[in-house]
Design a protein around this ligand. Structure first.
Ligand code: FES
Length: 99
């Protein structure tokens, strides 16, 4: 199990810090998971804000709840660093698990 479904807000998400995985739910019932290491230099991302945007504490890259790079390092343009790597998941009972 990666996380209980009720721990993942709709339109946002949560970073499971012990495994450094971002769990998101962009729309009701659509669960996604990503390696939550920043694609710039590997720093673990911060918790998603209420819009599901995750910010890297080191150089400020931002990623949305579908793993897309919105802001690059040091305020760079979207796409300056790679999108997050998706981890295939599925819902099993009340939990999100690896697919
Ligand atoms: S390591 Fe994340 S922006 Fe540089």
């Amino acid at each position: 199990m990666l996380v209980a479904t009720d721990k993942v807000p709709v339109g946002g998400g949560v970073v499971v810090t012990d495994i450094v995985v971002a769990m998101t739910q962009p729309t009701q019932g659509q669960f996604m998971a990503f390696d939550a290491h920043c694609t710039h230099q590997g720093t673990p991302l911060g918790q998603p804000n209420s819009q599901g945007v995750m910010t890297c504490p080191l150089h400020g890259s931002q990623f949305d709840d579908e793993g897309k790079n919105l802001v690059g390092p040091n305020g760079g343009a979207a796409g300056t660093t790679a999108n997050l790597t998706e981890i295939p998941v599925k819902v099993q009972g009340k939990n999100v698990v690896r697919a």
